[in-house]
Every structure is written in C-alpha cells, then in structure tokens.
Write a protein that binds this ligand. Structure first.
Ligand SMILES: *Cc1c(COP(=O)(O)O)cnc(C)c1O
Length: 483
C-alpha cells in the first residue's frame, strides 16, 4: 500500500534554494521602491494579458517568480510614483515590504483568539482612537477600507434606531432616512443599498465651501419627521473626495445631539488632518464628537493596501450589531481561544488577515510627527499647485483649495464641452507618457483635471514640471486640431 505522506507537504523541496530566491526577490522589490521616481505607471501590453491565464500545471517557484518579476511587477497602479495625484491613492511605504513579509510568515487569523496579531490590532485601534480624540471606551475594527467601514458604522447606527431585533426581523419597513452633503462619497450610498435602506433614503443636502448647508439639513429633518419618517443618521464628510472639503463637524454634532440621531463621519483620508499643522488640523475639529468614523490607513497614512478602520463610540452598539458566535467559536478561559474581545464580534468577517501590523510598524518606525509632516506637506503642495494654476495663462481653478485637492481646467476660455474634452485628453496623454497622473472630475457641466495629494514622494519641482506638462499637452492638442 502506498503511504499517504507528502514528504514536504506544500513547502519548498530545497529551503536553501528558496532562501536564495527570496533574497533575490527582496532585492528587486527594494530597488523598485528606491527607484520609484523612474517607474511611472505604464500600460501592460494588451497582447500579454491572456498569458496570465493559469493552466493549472505547477512550474516551480523559480519559474513562477521570474514571471511575476517580468510580467506583473512592472505594471503597478503607478501610485508609488511622485507625480501620481489621481483619485486618492496612497503611495505605500518601504516598511510595507517588511510588514507584509512578516504577515505572510505568521499567517495569523485575526478573527479572534490569543496571539500577538490581535494585540497589535488593539494597539493600532487605541492609537487611532487617541489621535482622533474618541474616548477610551470606543471600539473598532480594521477592514478593507472606508467602504466596508461605512457598512459597519451604519449598521451600528441602525441598531441604535431599531434595536438589536433588526438582526432577526430585518428593517421591516421601518422608514429610516439619513442625510449627507451633496459631495458625499458613493460608498455611503452603497452602504444604504447593502443595508436594505435604499439609496433614495439618503437625502443629499446642498453644500457650499463650508460644507453642508445647516439650515437645509434642519429643514430636511423637520420635513421628514412631519412626513412620518425616522431620521437616524447624519453623515458628515471630513475631506470630500472631489474637493477636499470638510463639513462643520461641531455644528453637525450639535444638530445630531439635538435631534437624537447618530453622527457618522466619513474621514477616509481627511480624518488624518488631525496629525497636520494648523490651519489644516482644525478642518476636522469636532470629529471627536462623532458616534462613528470610517477612515483609511492606506491613503494618507500610506500603508500598503488594504486597510481601513471603523471606530464606534459606544462599544455595546457595535457588539449588539455584530457579535454572534456559534458553539464551535466559543471563547475559553485559557489557551488559544481565550482573550476577549474577538474581532469577529465587531464586523462582518470571521477569518481576517493581519492588517494591523503594517500600521503598527509604520507608526512605530516613523512616528506621528513624521506622518503628520507628510500630511502638512501635501496640503501645502495642493495650495502651491493652486498658485501655479492661478499664475499660468489659460489655467483656472474650479474651486478654492481647502486641503489637499486642487481642481482646475487647462483652457478656461473654451466652451464647457470643448474644455471637458481637452481636459480629459490631457489627463490621458500625461498618464500614458508617464509625466503625471491627474484624474478628472465634473463640476457644473465641465470635466476638470483633479490632483489629490496624499503622496509623500512629491516635491516642489514635480508641481512645476506637471503644470508645464499640462500646458505643453494643451498646446499640442490644440495645434493638432483634434478639438
Ligand atoms: C476613498 C474614499 C472612500 C472609500 O474608501 P475605500 O477605502 O476606497 O473603500 C470613501 N470616502 C472618501 C471621502 C474617500 O476618499
């Protein structure tokens, strides 16, 4: 009879050969991080994409790693490059190479139990809680990102409104409504959808430079109450994705308190203005009064993707929403299954990776002063880009630069449709040439170029070169007569 043993299991047959491969790959990764300035986004040749299909036949590590290095590694998102300002993409950290190596080695399941990774996660949440100004009694959980954190937060808000019975009965036709500024991120609407609340029940309140119009908010709440609706949440934004605007969070906290409704803050990147110098630091004043906060570590704290955080002011409301452990997951007084709390009681996931270590290592290695200095630098850079735009003929800002985002057009004299086509074309050209990555956004019927600074590699020189590249691209496109 044949033995059922696999001598190595799935481990390498030759550990020394594996070690040599690992060291070589580490060197390649470190080189790429060091040389990030020379490595902008590039398009992966279309004809090479089908070659990534897996045949299912194993070819060994050395061959597989060679393919990773040649066919995958060079075709990154580009957000490691100093002139990447598209969307809101974190830059990453060299320390991330190290944390991810340790994370894979430990392979911890962070749903609960008694091991170092869960203590690291608690330390990270404690740190965030202190920086944000939430009380020691607040609870939290690390998740993929702000989108998922918003679901966790709004589900907790719903529990306050409907009681924990909502878990068994469902929404049961409860007329719940919520409120957010017009510039709220789409993830909040998605959370309304996922929770069965319906996106129409998230009222969009008009806003100005100072955020949500408070009179309009009060009027909307009153109108909903008069119509028999049940207002249950106000969603404040700390750093809007389009323009980097902040709602007046203290005013929202006052209204939420007076109305007896939950204040949730989307602070995906902007919550970390808490670490910046004045005046930017004060943009998020009042954030400490929220009932919940959703934010990211992978944007302005720069840790590698993915890592977001849901912070909930009252732990019992988070537990009432998510705690549920069948017998096979029961906690024990000793051994591996000891140690409360288990993070599976604070969100949707049971099996969870170790997202905390990369944050812990970043804060422990760099410190909040240096992390904060990078955030302050980015706000200064956005303001500087605004100045350069103002000083360049034909370029025009769409709105004041409030924090880290500058939105502008390359040709203010053209009619809206031509401006939009031109700006879109410029963003494509500069992305493809590797000169700079701007994304675009629409305002008042015009598509603008948008630069969001969460990039710790950007330098002053990059801003000037990027503006020159915009002007050159504009003139090229105009000369070519395509528009
Ligand atoms: C990025 C972003 C989100 C979504 O966060 P993810 O981490 O991508 O899920 C939500 N709100 C704002 C303001 C954002 O910038």
């Amino acid at each position: 009879m044949q033995t059922s043993d696999m001598p190595e299991g799935l481990d390498p047959e030759d550990w020394e050969a594996f070690r040599a491969e690992a060291h070589a790959l580490l060197d390649i990764c470190v080189d790429r991080m060091r040389d990030a300035r020379d490595l902008p986004w590039q398009l992966k040749p279309r004809e090479d994409i089908p070659k990534l299909a897996l045949s299912g036949v194993g070819h060994g590590e050395a061959a597989a790693i060679k393919r990773v290095v040649e066919e995958i590694l060079p075709y990154h998102t580009g957000n490691t490059h100093p002139r990447f300002w598209g969307w809101v993409h974190g830059t990453g950290l060299a320390q991330g190479i190290l944390s991810e190596m340790v994370v894979a080695t430990m392979n911890s399941n962070c749903g609960g139990r008694d091991h170092a990774a869960t203590y690291v996660e608690r330390a990270v949440i404690d740190w965030a809680r202190r920086v944000i100004g939430f009380p020691d009694t607040a609870s939290g959980v690390l998740v993929t990102g702000t989108s998922q954190a918003t679901v966790v937060a709004l589900a907790s808000a719903r529990t306050r409104a409907l009681g924990a019975a909502v878990r068994t009965t469902g929404n049961n036709g409860a007329p719940l409504v919520g409120y957010a500024g017009g510039g709220v991120h789409s993830s909040s609407a998605k959370a309304f959808e996922v929770l069965g609340l319906g996106r129409d029940n998230m009222r969009l309140i008009p806003e100005g430079d100072g955020g949500m119009d408070l009179d309009a908010l009060n009027a909307a709440i009153a109108a909903d109450r008069a119509a028999g609706k049940q207002p249950f949440v106000v969603i404040g934004t700390a750093g809007s994705v389009d323009l980097g605007r902040y709602d007046n969070l203290n005013a929202l906290a006052d209204i939420a308190k007076a109305e007896g409704i939950w204040l949730h803050v989307d602070g995906a990147f902007g919550a970390w203005s808490r670490l910046a110098e004045a005046p930017w630091r004060h943009l998020s004043d009042g954030i400490e009064r929220a009932d919940s906060l959703a934010c990211d570590f992978h944007k302005w704290i720069s840790v590698p993707y993915d890592c977001g955080l849901a912070l909930i002011r009252h732990e019992e409301e988070q537990r009432a929403t998510f705690a549920s452990r069948p017998a096979y997951l029961e906690g024990q007084v000793a051994g591996l299954a000891g140690a409360e709390p288990w993070f599976c009681d604070y969100g949707v996931d049971l099996s969870r990776g170790n997202r905390a270590l990369k944050v812990w290592l970043a804060v422990e290695a760099l410190g909040e002063e240096r992390l904060g200095a990078a955030i302050t630098m980015n706000c200064r850079q956005a303001a500087r880009l605004g100045e350069l735009v103002d000083a360049t003929p034909g370029l025009h800002r769409a709105a004041p630069v409030v924090s880290n985002i500058c939105v502008f057009t390359a040709a203010d004299s053209l009619p809206p449709e031509e401006q939009s086509a031109l700006n879109t074309r410029i963003s494509h050209e500069l992305q493809l040439s590797g000169e700079a990555v701007f994304s675009t956004t629409k305002r008042d019927g015009v598509t603008y170029l948008r630069a969001a600074f969460v990039n710790h590699r950007t330098r002053e020189q990059d801003l000037r070169e990027a503006v020159n590249a915009v002007v050159a691209a504009r003139d090229r496109v105009k000369m070519s007569g395509v528009l």
